[in-house]
Structure formats: structure tokens, C-alpha cells
Design a protein around this ligand. Structure first.
Ligand code: PGA
Length: 260
């Protein structure tokens, strides 16, 4: 596992974008796994800059997103700011601004009528694409990766997963409240790639920012591998794992800060 400690959120985002851009340059038809949440927004801004200023070409890139709220999806009949789907988030924060082909974008469909079948098909689609070359990850306040809440099997696959009170509270504060949602209207389950699915990506790139994540990431990378903190499963990855932290997120680690 490679740790990169950066001075702040901006440097973390730029460092992550360099790694993603290099992946695209080296393999123009690569398969990227994308994540949502506050953490990757700066990275997406930087990727948009790469496209606009340095002509980074996304036309052959395929993408698979980690997760989506169950009950939400791209429903354009709803007022834009009311739609808090991750599909809308990805359009707005990245896909609308780069030359990615719509046919190459895959996001779990939160309005799927048969979620179990959808999840099996999603797994098959990842396999058919040749697997994920690089999977971007954040970490939740409760240590989750994607929506693999505490107690999720470390071998789990894409599935419908109920969300914990902690995740509902965190995500309500970060996103739903601003959009005028009542707490009780927030979806309380999600379609998510499993921990086992994520571990099959060839390169895991985890981003961690802020003091509030410092103890969680310490437990995830220095602690025991446990389904209580599903992010700890990245320790099991047999290949390339890069964790980029800002100084605040790294503040509880035992290692020295000179690891860049
Ligand atoms: P955040 O979410 O980036 O908004 O902190 C991360 C996550 O829950 O995985």
C-alpha cells in the first residue's frame, strides 16, 4: 500500500487527478471506477481541466460507479436540484464536462424494478468490460467503502444494502438538506458494489480528507481487517493500492509525515 500525504484538499485532488490522467494516457480504453460524495469533487474538477486544457481524451474510457440510492435515478421530470441521485451528481460534477460517450457510463440504476437481477447484470457488465483498471474510493464516517456498511461481508458482491443511521445522518447533512429534502424522504437503502467486487479492481485509489476522517482511516489501514470497517478490506488487496490523504486526515497515523 502506498500512502501519499498532501498538504491540503486541493493538493490531494490534484495528486489523484494526475494518477487517473496517467491511467487514461497509458490505456485510452481503460475502465475507471468512480465514486461520489464530497471527497472526489476536487479530483473531478481537475480531470475537467485536463480535458479542457490538455486535451485528455475520455472518448474510449468506460466507467462504473460504485453505488446509487435505491429509489433515485436520473428522473428528469423532477426539478434538477431536488434530484439527489448519484447519476445526477456524476453528470453535473464530471460527465457533462468531458468527452465521455454516454454508452460507456455505468451507474447502478436506483429505479430498477428488479434490483437483484440488476446487480447480477452489473457484475457481468464489469467482467465483460475486462474488469476495473482503477477504482476511486472515499471512506465513510463509519468506515464504509461504497455503501458497504459495517457488517457487510468482505466477500460481498453488488447488491441492495440498507443504510445505517450514521450514513443517513452524514449524507443528509452533506447533500439532502441543501436540496430541501425532509429527513424522512431520504432513501434508506442503496445499490452498491460489494467489497469483493471492489477488491477485484486492479488499482484502488482511496482519497481521504479532513480531521473528521482521521481516526477512521487510521483504523482502516493500521487496524485489524474487519467488517466493522469495510474500508479495512483494502489491506487484503493483492495488487496496487494508493491512499492519498490530506494533512488533517493523516494526523492520527502512526507513520511519519514524510512519505510523499
Ligand atoms: P464523503 O463520503 O466524500 O462525502 O465524505 C465518502 C463516503 O461516504 O464514502
Amino acid at each position: 500500500m502506498k500512502l501519499i500525504i498532501t498538504k491540503d484538499y486541493e493538493e490531494m485532488s490534484k495528486t489523484a487527478a494526475v494518477i487517473i490522467a496517467e491511467t487514461v494516457k497509458t490505456k485510452p480504453n481503460c475502465v475507471l471506477g468512480f465514486a461520489t460524495g464530497g471527497t472526489p469533487i476536487g479530483t473531478y474538477k481537475e480531470l475537467i481541466r485536463y480535458y479542457k486544457e490538455e486535451k485528455l481524451d475520455f472518448s474510449l474510457v468506460k466507467t462504473f460507479n460504485l453505488d446509487e440510492y435505491f429509489g433515485l435515478g436520473m428522473d428528469l421530470s423532477k426539478p434538477y436540484d431536488k434530484d439527489q441521485s448519484y447519476a445526477r451528481f456524476m453528470q453535473e460534477e464530471l460527465f457533462d464536462h468531458i468527452n465521455i460517450s454516454k454508452d460507456n457510463i455505468n451507474i447502478p440504476y436506483g429505479l430498477a424494478k428488479q434490483p437483484e437481477k440488476f446487480c447480477i447484470d452489473y457484475e457481468n457488465k464489469i467482467k465483460k468490460a475486462g474488469g476495473i483498471d482503477l477504482q476511486l474510493l472515499g471512506i465513510g464516517g463509519n468506515g464504509h467503502i461504497a455503501f458497504n456498511e459495517p457488517g457487510s461481508s468482505l466477500a460481498s458482491r453488488t447488491r441492495l444494502q440498507p443504510l445505517t443511521k450514521k450514513t443517513l445522518k452524514d449524507n443528509y447533512e452533506s447533500f439532502f438538506k441543501k436540496a430541501g429534502f425532509n429527513k424522512e424522504d431520504m432513501p434508506c437503502s442503496a445499490l452498491t458494489m460489494g467489497v469483493g467486487t471492489i477488491l477485484e479492481a486492479r488499482h484502488l485509489l482511496m482519497l481521504v480528507s479532513g480531521k473528521s476522517k482521521a481516526l477512521t482511516i487510521k483504523e482502516a489501514i493500521e487496524g485489524c481487517i474487519t467488517s466493522k470497517i469495510t474500508a479495512s478490506a483494502i489491506q487484503l488487496h493483492p495488487g496496487k493500492v494508493t491512499v492519498i490523504l490530506d494533512d488533517d486526515a493523516a494526523s492520527e497515523l502512526s507513520w511519519s509525515l514524510d512519505l510523499v
